[in-house]
Design a protein around this ligand. Sequence first.
Ligand code: SF4
Length: 375
Amino acid sequence: MYIHYPWCRALCPYCDFPVLVARGEPPHRAYLDAVLGELHERAAEVDGRTLRSIYLGGGTPSLWEPACIAELVAAVARRWQAAVATLEITVEANPADCTPERMAAWRAGGVGRLSIGVQSWEAADLAALGRDHAMGDGPTAIARARAAGFDVVSADLILGAPGVARDACVAPPSVAAAVASGVEHLSVYELTIEPATAFGKRARAGSLQVLPEDDLARLYEVTHHALVAAGYEHYEVSSYARPGRQAVHNSLYWQGAEYLGLGLGAASFVRDPDAAGGAVRRVNTRKLAAYLAGGPHRVGEETHLTAHEVGTDQLWLAMRTSAGAPSVDLGEVGVWLLAGGLGEVRGDRICPTLRGFLFADQIASRVVSMRTGPR
Ligand code: SF4
């Protein structure tokens, strides 16, 4: 189960997510009622399935009243007759929201995994990224999360803040600081400049000093080596975890599991009982008024996928993970991966090398074009 909470205090200049900027207090209760309404209307789509995880993403779900989160978690667990303690329940949190009171309320509501948007342990990076939290908020949030007894604390880290001078052959100081903080999980992203963002605009105007692509790739590599040396497993393009602490929710997604997405702009993936092996991908509207109105107004886009299309998506998703994909399914792409040093054989699978992780998007395009033929 994915639940989207769309509000943020401010729009980060690199953000391309479905986000609303909170002017004053967001409508906590009204939004909860709308999400509960969607839950009751749509739960039957995934009746009979086992609920494994609930992920509250955003936006900034840590802005939501913790009582609303607790009520929603309880309603979802009840609907699938699951004991809250058996589920992986994650909340994405802005460091600035991580007060001891909120943490205690999240824990009491069943949240066991906190994903904190630290982004960097360096003030210059945070300023360059236009983040609304200050240096010190991230480490404080992690320390408080430890004290509050979360099962897993994860931190996000962004590589390549614009305009910050960096020796690309050395892991940024944030990497050692993240390891020292004791987080069980790290999500490491290379900064990408999306066209429809403030950074995109500045890049087009030539006023954004972005790190050259080769330097960014080198930073990714040295970060990988530092984290692996510190005992983290690199299990997906952007994801590192202490052994046994991989994210259940995200791993299910990469393995092609079904998920119901509730909330503004949320995406769902549900097997279609009418199409052998096919599925329906649905994305909710990004318009708040339409979402709050409920019913058919909530649907933004619905795509019916054939079994072949589902198989294609599963293949490229699998190649974003360290487990890779069966050689037999990859066919000629497997040959291309091995020849280019992008993949290596492990048993009957081909798994991405570090270079393969760096070229994950190109691998995905190759998988898609191999399975759909020349256009
Ligand atoms: S906090 Fe996250 S979701 Fe919100 S604007 Fe910034 S990057 Fe986007």
